[in-house]
Design a protein around this ligand. Structure first.
Ligand SMILES: [Fe+2]
Length: 271
């Protein structure tokens, strides 16, 4: 009897198994290693009923929080502009896409046919606005290494949400065509009583308020997606950039081809 074996490694509370046919890359090259550091690592694993690709593209859509998450307790004190213009740039030496606001819109706007969308609740103090503001002048100049984008997608399966407190990372692994196992990691470099306090904060607040309630809204939307004709608009630049990047995953598409469209690219944009 012969049983096929796969290279495996246990780190950060997870057993990592490479099931591909190619030579397995070192684990440090396959995770956004610059964020995988800190003495405290909190892990949350959930299986959601959605296709892996939709889950990754949900992250690339930077404008959905304005609608989907505007009432989430986790966002109660965060002012979000109700509209903006998105930009996307390649990061991590061709392994990632950073997504950012090129232009930040107002906190209230009238959307014809839909009504008024406001993010001007009493609790959204302007003083907290800085939480949404990053210095993207470097991104505009093309100097992207070391820039903390609000969101970044990284090959092969990573979504990175950057906050002032640190990065929130999620690795999405397809279970089958209709479900995805999502591993979320929260790292902090704390020791002693500070580490204990953070663990309490995680279990008493972050785990239910962010990982269950806030992310639960994404889960609600993703699990109700119906296949059909796609409508892409100008702020989906992150989605399109991620799709282009995915075609080069695992060296499938040579870096010298980067300037050319992939053979089966057929995307129309509106708006
Ligand atoms: Fe979301």
């Amino acid at each position: 009897v012969r049983v096929r074996t796969y290279p495996a490694e246990e780190r950060w509370g997870v057993v990592w198994v490479f099931v591909g046919d190619m030579e397995p890359p070192p684990l440090d090259e396959d995770v956004p290693i610059e964020h995988f550091r800190g003495s405290v690592c909190m892990l949350n694993v959930q299986v959601w009923r959605h296709n892996w690709r939709d889950g990754m593209e949900n992250t690339a859509d930077m404008m959905h929080p304005q609608a989907l998450h505007r009432h989430a307790p986790f966002m109660w004190f965060t002012r979000m502009p109700v509209w903006g213009t998105m930009g996307a740039v390649e990061t991590a030496r061709g392994k990632g896409v950073g997504i950012y606001y090129k232009r930040v819109g107002g906190y209230e706007a009238e959307f014809p046919g839909l009504g008024t969308l406001s993010n001007n609740a009493w609790r959204k103090y302007p003083a907290l606005e800085r939480r949404m503001v990053y210095d993207f002048s470097k991104a505009e100049r093309g100097e992207v290494e070391g820039v903390a984008f609000p969101k970044e997608l990284r090959l092969p399966c990573w979504r990175i949400l950057n906050t002032r407190a640190g990065a929130f990372l999620e690795g999405m692994v397809p279970v089958d065509a209709h479900s995805t196992r999502r591993f979320s990691f929260t790292f902090r470099d704390l020791r002693g009583p500070s580490a204990l306090l953070f663990k309490l904060y995680y279990y008493l607040y972050l785990q239910w308020c962010r990982d269950r309630l806030f992310m639960g809204e994404d889960r609600w939307a993703l699990e109700r997606l119906k296949p059909g004709p796609e409508r892409i608009y100008s702020n989906d630049v992150g989605v399109l950039a991620w799709r282009e990047l995915s075609k080069r995953a695992r060296g499938a598409w040579k870096s010298s081809d980067r300037a050319q469209p992939a053979p089966d690219t057929k995307v129309s944009t509106t708006g």
